[in-house]
Design a protein around this ligand. Structure first.
Ligand SMILES: C[S@@+](CC[C@H](N)C(=O)[O-])C[C@H]1O[C@@H](n2cnc3c(N)ncnc32)[C@H](O)[C@@H]1O
Ligand SMILES: Nc1c(NC[C@H](O)[C@H](O)[C@H](O)CO)[nH]c(=O)[nH]c1=O
Ligand SMILES: N[C@@H](Cc1ccc(O)cc1)C(=O)O
Ligand code: SF4
Length: 456
C-alpha cells in the first residue's frame, strides 16, 4: 500500500469481494470481460491476503503485456505536441492540485504576489505558432476556471444579465483582472495555427463554458468545435466515485456530470481521452469502479482514443500539507494500475505511460505491463512541475528513439487520434517530427524561433 492512511476515511466502498484471484486471472488470460470483483482481485493481487503478492503481481503484468501485444502489437506511439495552459487562475480549489492560483489574486487591486499567469489569445497564438513552426502536430490546452472566461460573447451577455454574476454564476468581467484571457472561442481560434490539432476543453472546462445557461454539453462542444477544437482531454475524471470526490475535490463537477460532458463531446463528433488520477486517498475498489465507468461510456459511444493513468504527484499539494496523504502510489500500484486498465478496458485500444508522471525508467517498465503509448513531447509543463514532479518538461524524438528501442520495440509518431502513424527509421542520424503542418523531420528545438529554446 501507499503511505496514505486510506482506512481513515470511512469509505463505503472497500476492496473486498467474494471472488478469487485465480478465477479473475483465468478470465483475464482467456480475454473474457472482467467484473468489478475480478478487477479488484487483480488490482490487489487477491483480497484473501493483505499487501501485494510479488508472484501474483508478475502473473497479472504478464497477462496484460500479452493482451497489449494481441490488441495493438509491438509499436510504441507518441505525439509531437505542446502544452499551452491559458491561465492558472481557478476558483475550484481541488485539494490535489497546486497548478491553480486563487483567482482573486489576479484582480488588479490585489497586492498579493503570486506565480500565476493568464495569457491573452494573441499570446497563446504566438506560443503555438512557434511550436507549429518547430513541427508539432498537436497543442494540448487545459486551464484553471478563470471567472472572466466565457464560451463566447453570447455567453458573456447571459452571465452579465444575472443580478449578482460573481455570486450566482462565478462571473467577473475581464476589466477586474490584470490580464484578459478573452473567450474560450477566441483562445481556440487563436491556437488553431495552420491546421494544428487543438486538444482542449476538459468536461470541467466545458461545464464552466456553459455555466448560467441551459445549453447542453453537445451544443457547447459543437460551438467549441466550430471555433477550432479538434478533440477533448478527459481529465477532471480523478476518481469517478462520489465518496472520493467529496474528499479530494468537493468543488468539482460530479461523476455523472463528467460522464455527461464526455458524452456531449462525443455526440458533437469529437474524439476524447479518458484519465484516472490515483494514488491518494482512494482504494483499489474505487480504482476498478472508475474503470467500469469508463468501459461503460466507451461501450455506448466508442470515442475514447486512449486511457491515461495519472499517478498522483503529492509533494506540494494541500492533500499532503494537511496530512490527508503521506505519499503517492508505490511502484507496485503503478504497475498494477496500468495492467488492470489494459485487462479491464477491453474496448479502449491505447493505454498511455506518462513519462512526466513516472520518469523515463518507470515509464518504460510500464510499456511492458500493458501500456503502448509514451505520451508526447509537450515542450513545457506546469501541472506536474508545480505539484513537485521532477521529470522535466520535454522529450526529443532522439530520446524517444533511444528509450523505445532500448526495450526492443518500434517507435511510431502518431496523430492525436492514432489514425495516422509513422514508424521511425531508427538508423537515421537524427529524428524529428513529420506529421505536423510544418514538420519536415528536423529535430524540434533546432527549428525554434525562440533563441532561449534553440540553445538547449
Ligand atoms: C490541473 S487540471 C486543468 C484542467 C481543468 N481545470 C480541470 O480540472 O479539468 C488537469 C488535471 O491535472 C491533473 N492533476 C492536477 N494536479 C495533479 C497532481 N498533483 N498529480 C497528478 N495529476 C494532477 C488532474 O487529473 C486534473 O484533472
Ligand atoms: N499524460 C500526460 C499528458 N498526456 C497528453 C498527451 O501528451 C497527449 O496530449 C494525448 O495523448 C493526446 O494526444 N500530458 C501532460 O501534460 N501530462 C501527462 O501526464
Ligand atoms: N494535462 C494533464 C494530462 C493530460 C492531458 C491531456 C490528455 O488527453 C490526457 C492527460 C496533466 O498534466 O495531468
Ligand atoms: S484540477 Fe482543475 S479545477 Fe481543480 S483546482 Fe486544479 S485547475 Fe482548478
Amino acid at each position: 500500500m501507499t503511505g496514505a492512511a486510506r482506512d481513515d476515511f470511512g469509505f463505503d466502498h472497500v476492496p473486498e469481494t467474494d471472488q478469487s484471484f485465480e478465477e479473475a486471472l483465468q478470465k483475464a488470460r482467456a480475454g473474457e470481460r472482467l467484473s468489478v470483483a475480478n478487477g479488484v482481485e487483480l488490482m490487489t493481487t487477491g483480497t484473501d491476503s493483505a499487501g501485494i503478492d510479488a508472484r501474483r503481481k508478475e502473473l497479472v503484468l504478464e497477462a496484460a503485456d500479452r493482451r497489449r501485444a494481441e490488441m495493438v502489437g509491438d509499436e510504441v506511439t507518441f505525439v509531437a505536441n505542446l502544452n499551452n495552459n491559458v491561465t492558472t487562475a481557478c476558483t475550484t480549489g481541488c485539494l490535489f492540485c497546486n497548478f491553480k492560483n486563487t483567482a482573486h489574486l489576479f484582480e488588479s487591486d490585489s497586492d498579493v504576489d503570486h506565480q500565476g499567469f493568464t495569457k491573452t489569445p494573441a499570446e497563446s497564438r504566438d506560443i503555438v505558432a512557434d511550436a507549429v513552426e518547430m513541427g508539432i502536430y498537436e497543442v494540448t490546452s487545459v486551464s484553471g476556471l478563470h471567472p472572466a472566461l466565457v464560451l463566447d460573447e453570447e455567453h458573456r451577455e447571459i452571465l452579465q444579465s444575472y443580478d449578482n454574476p460573481a455570486a450566482e454564476v462565478n462571473y467577473k468581467p475581464p476589466e477586474v483582472y490584470d490580464a484578459d484571457p478573452g473567450t474560450y472561442a477566441e483562445q481556440l481560434a487563436a491556437m488553431s495555427v495552420d491546421g494544428v490539432h487543438v486538444h482542449s476543453m476538459t468536461p470541467e472546462e466545458a461545464h464552466h463554458a456553459k455555466r448560467g445557461t441551459d445549453w447542453t454539453y453537445e451544443e457547447v462542444y459543437r460551438r467549441l468545435d466550430a471555433a477550432g477544437l479538434d478533440s477533448a482531454p478527459g481529465t477532471a475524471a480523478e476518481i469517478l466515485v462520489p465518496e472520493v470526490r467529496d474528499v479530494i475535490c468537493p468543488g468539482k463537477i460530479g461523476t455523472d456530470e463528467w460522464v455527461a460532458g464526455m458524452e456531449g463531446a462525443m455526440q458533437a463528433g469529437l474524439d476524447v481521452t479518458a484519465t484516472i488520477m490515483y494514488g491518494h486517498v482512494e482504494n483499489e475498489m474505487h480504482r476498478v469502479m472508475h474503470l467500469d465507468v469508463v468501459r461503460d461510456l466507451q461501450d455506448r459511444y466508442g470515442g475514447i482514443t486512449e486511457f491515461v493513468p495519472l499517478s498522483f504527484v503529492h509533494q506540494n499539494t494541500p492533500l499532503y500539507d494537511r496530512g490527508l496523504v503521506t505519499g503517492g502510489a508505490t511502484d507496485d500500484e503503478d504497475e498494477l494500475m496500468v495492467a488492470v486498465a489494459r485487462l479491464y478496458l477491453d474496448n479502449v485500444d491505447h493505454i498511455q505511460s506518462s513519462w512526466v508522471k513516472f520518469g523515463n525508467a518507470k515509464a518504460l517498465k510500464l510499456l511492458n505491463c500493458g501500456a503502448d503509448d509514451l505520451m508526447g513531447t509537450i515542450l513545457s509543463e506546469e501541472i506536474t512541475k508545480r505539484a513537485g514532479g521532477e521529470f522535466g518538461e520535454f522529450r526529443s524524438f532522439d530520446e524517444y528513439v533511444d528509450m523505445i528501442t532500448a526495450i526492443g520495440r518500434q517507435p511510431v509518431e502518431r496523430s492525436t487520434d492514432y489514425r495516422t502513424r509513422r514508424p521511425l527509421d531508427i538508423d537515421a542520424d537524427t529524428h524529428g517530427p513529420m506529421l505536423g503542418p510544418h514538420a519536415d523531420g528536423t529535430p524540434l528545438l533546432e527549428r525554434s524561433r525562440d533563441p532561449a529554446l534553440a540553445d538547449d
